[in-house]
Design a protein around this ligand. Sequence first.
Ligand code: SAH
Length: 266
Amino acid sequence: MIAIRSNRRAAIAYLLALTFAGALASQVSAVSPAEVLLQGEASQKNTRRPVLDEDRRSRDDRAAMVRTQIASRGVRNEAVLATMGRVPRHEFVPTDQLRAAYEDGPLPIGHGQTISQPYIVAYMTEILRLEPGDRVLEIGTGSGYQAAILAELTKEVVSIEIIKPLAQAAAKRLEGLGYRNVTVLHGDGYFGMESAAPYDAIVVTAAATHVPPPLVAQLKPGGRMAIPVGETAWTQNLLLIEKDKDSKLTTRNLIPVRFVPLTRER
Ligand code: SAH
């Protein structure tokens, strides 16, 4: 297994962008009606403008996504809602999917894989009942989006991806976005990552035919695991498995879901 380190969000660049957007907005609203004829030329000269508009639009799109897709379906955890409203999902989708970045569904990310639907990411995160000090294992890094959400809410995230180019791209993306508490690994997540175990929470974002025993073993007493399980693409259920302080397991079947399959290294 290869470790590709990544890191945590530095908010400074984002704050600067917001401050600058605010300054520009006040300049624009100060323009008198007599100057409207010059608008075409002025906007052509202003090369920064589209970037700022994009930034503001993606914030608005995220707010709408949280309201209409996530909160409206019953996700209540404030920290989860705030994080979903903050993490730039458009940074995790391929360029040709940018326009759909905040839509209500999964999107292709190449190699036959997908970035999950925003609601499913939020729901799976909520049911894990994460605490800021938690250490989390994710199986199926994909785009790195779910890993970023987890990294915002916890102390440390270990994420394993079986398709090497996806693992590499996600690690680079997470690093570029400033996440310092994520480790991306290339390998078969069925076996988890024994050397960093046990974990407070485990989330599997690909559908397994059964719950992998190594993952159960790597869950801390008191830990929670969210995993889609099903024989086919049409009959999967999201399970929440809890290990109590005496290591006794409880499994709850929450909702029907549809994930790409958990594949195995040969
Ligand atoms: N969490 C991802 C969604 C990924 S889709 C995101 O936020 O974008 C599921 C991913 O699981 C795919 O990238 C797939 O390649 C990966 N996967 C499938 N089987 C795996 C396995 N055995 N170990 C690790 N990753 C696996």
